[in-house]
Design a protein around this ligand. Structure first.
Ligand code: NAD
Length: 289
């Protein structure tokens, strides 16, 4: 297995959405060559260009040296096809939160990469053991769970599945630190630590709104101004994307055999079904027009 501090380390990022783009950014600024792939035509190139533009803006504002921004931009490479990922020592998957789609991708990836390459998933809730279940080599699969927005949020959960070796987990600790993150080892349980802990706040907030105790804006204000949260649960759901947090909420609820504490509400589902996904669609619990 390659040393995660090696200068010539090359990292593959699959999925150029909110999370993949953030992961690619912190990897490039951490001195790592990044190859980005997305099935949406043009998405990987757009993500790389967006990161380069953001870094150059930061340099112009005096927040980072111009040569560092330029060097990081040069480390970003959009992939024309999934096979371009083949030389990567580590691949981080950040695609749609769907177990079938993820397992299909991992079985393609294991045929492409070197036998000692690490395959990591940024899943918010799906069991790492289930993502690895059908693979020939389950020992090199792990969870590497970043938080949104990646360049700002320092915490990273490292999740070992039932077969993940200690060496793989240790390599991910080294990588996470190289990316300027704070890694924590958590168990392969539904929602891991952060998203399971956060359910209590989200589902309670949804229930309060559902029961007309208070509006989303009032609940968010209480969480910010009284409890000192940086943003309220509805603001956070709009930032995450309802298409991301609804399946996570449902998965955790089902995983705990329909525990009512973890139940969502019809309004949450309605936002999903009507495409009111949050910031990404201009409307969610709030309007961003
Ligand atoms: P997103 O919808 O912004 O991006 C997903 C990207 O994956 C899209 O660009 C899509 O075209 C691409 N994609 C879908 N299927 C693909 C495939 N088979 N191969 C290659 N590309 C594919 O989603 P996101 O918010 O970046 O979330 C990605 C993952 O990260 C999910 O597993 C999610 O649960 C997890 N996550 C999300 C957040 C968050 O706050 N949004 C936080 C932590 C973890």
């Amino acid at each position: 297995m390659m040393d995660m501090n090696a200068p010539q380390l090359s990292l593959g990022v699959i999925g150029a959405g909110a999370m993949g783009t953030g992961i690619a950014q912190v990897a490039a600024t951490g001195g790592i060559d990044v190859i980005v792939f997305d099935t949406r035509p043009g998405a990987a190139a757009k993500a790389c260009e967006g990161i380069a533009a953001r870094l150059s803006k930061r340099a112009a504002e005096g927040k980072m040296p111009t040569e560092d921004a330029d060097a990081a931009a040069k480390r970003l490479h959009p992939a024309a096809s999934l096979t371009d990922i083949a030389p990567c020592a580590i691949v981080i998957e950040a695609i749609v939160e769907d177990l079938t789609v993820k397992t299909e991708l991992f079985s393609e990836l294991e045929k492409l990469v070197a036998p000692d390459a690490i395959l990591a998933s940024n899943t918010s809730s799906l069991p790492i053991g289930a993502i690895a279940a059908g693979l020939q080599r389950k020992d090199r699969v792990a969870g590497l769970h970043f938080f949104n927005p990646v360049p700002v949020m320092k915490l990273v959960e490292i999740i070992r599945g039932p077969d993940t070796t200690e060496a793989v987990a240790e390599a991910l600790f080294v990588l996470a630190r190289r990316l300027g993150r704070t890694p924590v080892l958590v168990k392969d349980t539904p929602g891991f630590l952060v998203n399971f802990g956060g359910r209590a706040i989200n589902t309670e907030a949804l229930a309060l709104a559902h029961e007309n105790v208070a509006s989303p804006a009032e609940i968010d204000a209480v969480m910010r101004d009284c409890y000192g949260f940086r943003m309220g649960p509805f603001e956070l759901m709009d930032l995450t994307g309802v298409d991301v947090n609804f399946p996570v909420t449902r998965f955790i609820y089902e995983s705990f055999f329909d525990d009512p504490r973890l139940r969502s509400t019809p309004m949450h589902r309605y936002k999903l079904e009507t495409g009111q996904l949050g910031r990404k669609t201009g409307r969610g619990f709030y309007s961003y027009a």
